[in-house]
Design a protein around this ligand. Structure first.
Ligand code: AKG
Length: 281
């Protein structure tokens, strides 16, 4: 019988300048999460490198041949767990991307997703960030299947784009996973609100995995990794410190809300539509 749920772990890692140490911490937390019963372990955005445009080139690796990918594949196989490998700065020829890789429980690459919406914002006196100074955007929406559940991927700033979440839901996703690293300005204002909004609009589970907060870092992450259910309520969440959230995802909740409040079937697509384009660019 097809499995109806999944126990997932969101690992809120503390990330520093030492790349090998960052990767080693991630691997050790993957094993600990497995021991606590997790079937899928998700890591945060930019978990092998500090987050910042000045770091991406130095920390970048090829996907999937780089050392971080090899370590994730090995950990997934040894622990026997699916790993959503947060993100790493990816080098491909002369381009850099912000990329999430997914590994199945035998260590095989299941999916690879390059952030499609780059984080370019300017809030004077608070935060100015321009990923597009050094990164290129991906051009493809990405889903994968695990234990009979279709899972969609987004990365951080992608969370702000409801059309993307809508298209992933239309592809059949019941869970969207966003490795992310909001900051001390937009984190308290928007992180949870956006996670809940995407879950409520699309009537699916939403998991947000952040690095832990380091008050001395150049970019201070908000933390607060969380899991939102398809009714739009936060089911579990962390504070700003390193930690791991483990929670059960049940497909029954998705089916329940979608049948009881059937907005998915009530859309007036005769008047409007959202269509996937440039899928294979
Ligand atoms: O949207 C935000 O406020 C933060 C986004 C971000 O930090 C990112 O995309 O890496």
């Amino acid at each position: 019988m097809m499995k109806r749920g999944l126990k997932i772990a969101l690992v809120q890692l503390s990330v520093g300048l030492d790349k090998s140490k960052n990767v080693a911490t991630a691997i050790s937390e993957i094993h600990k999460a497995k021991e606590k019963g997790a079937e899928l372990v998700a890591l945060p955005e930019c978990f092998n490198s500090p987050y910042g445009t000045k770091y991406f080139d130095e920390y970048a690796e090829e996907v999937p041949s780089g050392e971080t990918c090899r370590a994730l594949s090995k950990a997934a196989a040894e622990a026997g767990v699916c790993v959503v490998g947060g993100t790493v700065p990816e080098r491909c020829g002369s381009q850099l991307y912000n990329t999430c890789t997914v590994w199945d429980a035998s260590g095989k690459l299941l999916a690879s997703y390059r952030k499609i919406h780059l984080f370019d914002i300017d809030i004077p006196g608070k935060i100015t960030f321009k990923e597009s100074d050094v990164l290129s955007p991906g051009n493809q929406l990405t889903t994968f299947d695990y234990h009979g559940i279709k899972i969609g991927l987004g990365i951080c700033y992608d969370l702000r784009f409801n059309e993307m979440a809508h298209l992933l839901a239309k592809e059949g996703c019941s869970l969207l996973i966003y490795p992310g690293a909001f900051n001390m300005t937009t984190g308290p204002r928007h992180w949870e609100l956006l996670g809940r909004a995407r879950a409520l609009d699309q009537q699916l589970w939403v998991a947000l995995a952040s690095p832990a907060r380091d008050a001395h870092a150049q970019y201070v992450a908000w933390g607060h990794s969380l899991l939102v259910g398809p009714w739009g309520a936060v089911v579990a969440g962390l504070d700003e410190k390193p930690g791991t959230l483990i929670a059960q995802i049940d497909l029954k909740d998705v089916e329940e809300v979608r049948s009881q409040i059937p907005v998915g079937k009530q859309r007036r697509t005769d008047l409007y539509d959202t269509v996937t384009k440039s899928k294979h660019k």
